[in-house]
Design a protein around this ligand. Structure first.
Ligand SMILES: [Zn+2]
Length: 334
């Protein structure tokens, strides 16, 4: 992608493009922010702009790339000699990896104009590995840029942070996310709208998400809430608890997250607020009916009890028992 087509984090884009134009990129950057908000994409776009075959000015660098030339394509494929990505080898980034980087960084570009070293998940640099980089980070040679990508900037050594220029990246807004998905992953409008909301502004999350599984889980949970709204149908509730409790732990936690998200949507709808602020916008009508049936007071209670179960899940190993008691408890608030 080029800067022109990247969506979100406009301020960070402006800063990077200004540095490129001024030729002031031989430095160490920390790109900080939650997973999936585009930090790596920004780093690669910067590398493409600096090395793109079209429109390189005599001084400084172009502030965007063409996205089509041989260099842009090879950087996207990960086969360009002047863009190196370092990722954890196993659990950590090891000292052998950083020692190699510390040597490599001083060589002139092999084929392009400027070299880029992207350290992904930089919070997993072991202390000795990080220390071996300090001198390099302080004064990268004029033809190299180091970009450390991390979702946990606070866990980087202070000595690393003080030698780097930090840019904070944020999740995209729902509007930005919809525009991005529409342009890059065309699908039916209700799917795009739903995905933009579920992914909480994280592109990485949106592109890896399986909507059909989500919708299936959601259908089960909405049915469950329908049963609850009808009062105390003990038999059907226990059947539902049995079904949900049999899930693997991760899946069970996902379902509780989804239940919380549905309850939040129902609460919003029960107070008469606009549907724009709910997540499950593609089933807004049936949620609105359900919300009216349950009522705001009961929804608040349900949400509280569900949150309590989520918090207790860490100590309560018997998921099914916990779930049964939650559901019976919820039904009794009818
Ligand atoms: Zn290009």
């Amino acid at each position: 992608m080029s800067f022109a087509t990247l969506i979100g984090n406009q301020h960070q884009k402006t800063i990077l493009q200004r540095l490129l134009r001024g030729g002031q990129i031989a430095t160490t950057f920390i790109f900080a922010g939650p997973d999936g908000v585009g930090k790596r994409r920004f780093a690669l776009t910067m590398a493409k702009a600096a090395n793109c075959l079209t429109g390189a000015p005599a001084e400084g660098f172009a502030d965007d790339c063409c996205d089509f030339c041989q260099v842009c394509c090879r950087i996207d494929e990960g086969t360009y000699g002047d863009v190196t990505t370092i990722e954890p080898d196993g659990q950590f980034i090891k000292i052998a990896q950083t020692r190699e980087l510390a040597v490599e960084v001083f060589y002139r570009p092999r084929e392009g104009r400027h070299r880029f070293f992207i350290i992904d998940s930089a919070e997993r640099l072991r202390e000795e590995a990080a220390n071996s980089l300090l001198k390099t980070l302080e004064e990268p040679p004029p033809t190299s840029t180091i970009i450390m990508i991390t979702s946990r900037p606070d866990s980087l050594l202070t000595t690393i942070r003080s030698r780097s220029q930090k840019l904070n990246f944020s999740p995209l807004t729902t509007g930005e996310m919809e525009a991005y998905l529409k342009a890059n992953f065309p699908r039916p409008a209700p799917d795009t709208a739903l995905l933009a909301r579920i992914s909480e502004g994280r592109i990485g999350q949106a592109t890896a998400f399986d909507l059909s599984v989500y919708r299936q889980q959601r259908r089960t949970l909405i049915e469950l809430l329908e049963i609850l709204s009808d009062g105390n149908n003990r038999y059907r509730l226990l059947k539902a608890a049995e079904f949900l409790g049999k899930k693997e732990r991760n899946e069970f936690e996902d379902e509780l997250d989804l239940l919380s998200s549905l309850l939040r949507d129902l609460f919003i709808l029960s107070t008469g607020k606009s549907i724009d602020s709910i997540v499950n916008i593609d089933v807004a009508e049936s949620l609105r009916n359900l919300a009216a049936k349950v009522g705001t007071d009961r929804l608040i209670l349900w949400a509280e009890k569900t949150d309590r179960l989520r918090a207790g899940l860490r100590i309560n190993l018997n998921r099914q028992l916990a779930l049964e008691s939650l559901l019976l408890d919820l039904a009794q608030t009818a």
